[in-house]
Design a binder for this molecule. Sequence first.
Ligand code: MSP
Length: 517
Amino acid sequence: MAERFYITTPIYYVNDVPHIGHAYTTLACDVMARFHRLNGDEVLFLTGTDEHGQKVEKAAAAAGEPPQTFVDGVSQNFRALAKAMKYSNDDFIRTTEPRHIEASQALWKAIEASGNIYLGGYEGWYSVRDEAFYAEDELVAGPGGKKRAPTGADVEWVKEPSYFFKLSAWQDRLLEFYEKNPQAVQPDSRRNEVISFVAGGLRDLSISRTSFTWGIPVPDAPGHIMYVWLDALANYLTEIGYPGGKDGKFARFWPADVHVVGKDILRFHAVYWPAFLMAAGLEPPRRVFAHGWWTVEGEKMSKSLGNVVDPHEMIERYGLDPFRYFLLREVPFGNDGDFSQAALIQRINSDLANDLGNLFQRSLSMIQSYFAGVLPKPAQFSDADRLLIEQATKLHPSVGAAIGRQALHEALGEIWRVVADANRYVDGERPWTVRKTDSVRAGTVLYVLAETVRHIALLLQPFMPDSAARMLDQLAVPVDARTFAYCGVRGQLVSGVQLPKPEGIFPRYVVEEKGAA
Ligand code: MSP
């Protein structure tokens, strides 16, 4: 049954050039969005840039540019990344756009009308890097005994008039919300962290700033701009036309199905955001899923260490699809992971070239050489034939179930289990020998392989769109028979079809010897 599916990425700060951490969050969302589209669902997949706040203002000043000129430029880097990674996002939100300013101010007014905002003064610690307020007891000692945020970021003492959100009043309702909706914050380990943070007591939250101006004006409060996180979180409402309008799109798409975020920004999404929404009379998102962080060859990625991995460079060197595959296969989604090119090369050569590439290439090459590329007609299926086709046919539900849990690595694991089954099957059936005495049996085996590979290619589309399309081209699967509606009997390959000459899709990556000419 077709459903609607609304998925979002965090919107990225434009103070930085995009790296693999940013590429990763959006990639995961892209895979889920593509999966749901192929399922026939009505999908809305959003990403964008977070362009206000002190951090961006400072980055603009450091670049010697007015903030708007600066953000116009840097925002393009994220659009370029989206293009290079072939993300299928339906829109790209920028928080400096009028439509977003309108939505954020409407959200403010709705929260204010509920009596959850009051004017006070903030005096305390603030980290510009994290764009977050910290209580004294949250701070840790940095080098030289200097106070630091728990994230390691510098903090500064700020004192300014500020509007507050009555977060403290939301503790019980938040706990009740987590209790009633165990899927609303995932994975479970993160959910437990959030619950214990909230159970530990909540302080009211400063939600406006007066000491700088790069932000969205608070309605009817000259001198105040909105706290950048309230502004940024509101982006999830912007595109769907909050507070009204846009042909009922808001009513149709809210609440969002999944906000995918990194673990570092879970508190904003799983505590502040549901509280803001409930205060404004809106439903909280159905799920916030926090993924882990990438280190690079064991170290934290940072400009100062000079180890920031540029996704464009990886795409150029290894190809887009192998890079996409690696990021999602190497590490269980939700866990931290380590990025290394050696591990990437290993995955390319073993999973892609050896396992998948070989299976595909040898199946199609045999059809080409023994049957002149004409897909053979199967005779009676053996138990082994039936079993393999059954495994392949079960991929759609099992991959779907894994994706529904954001277990993207498990979804790939399911596919590779069938790749391994099919490789074992072909080794056991030995069509290259059988064909000498029993061409009909060899033809049946090759048909079973082609049909298995068709399922594999269909399910790979969300992960490796270009490679999967090439696989389906080589299987002569019509373009309009590539949705998941064709995962069953309906899409079965038709014998007698002429297949094009097969070409390798997953080449090995050959590491050149140092000093070789
Ligand atoms: N602007 C805020 C989000 C506002 S959403 C309403 C922000 N931006 S960010 O650019 O700093 O981070 C965006 C995403 O990139 C986060 O989900 C963060 O976890 C992710 N990553 C940044 N570095 C990362 C790694 N090294 N590894 C994995 N993901 C990381 O926060």
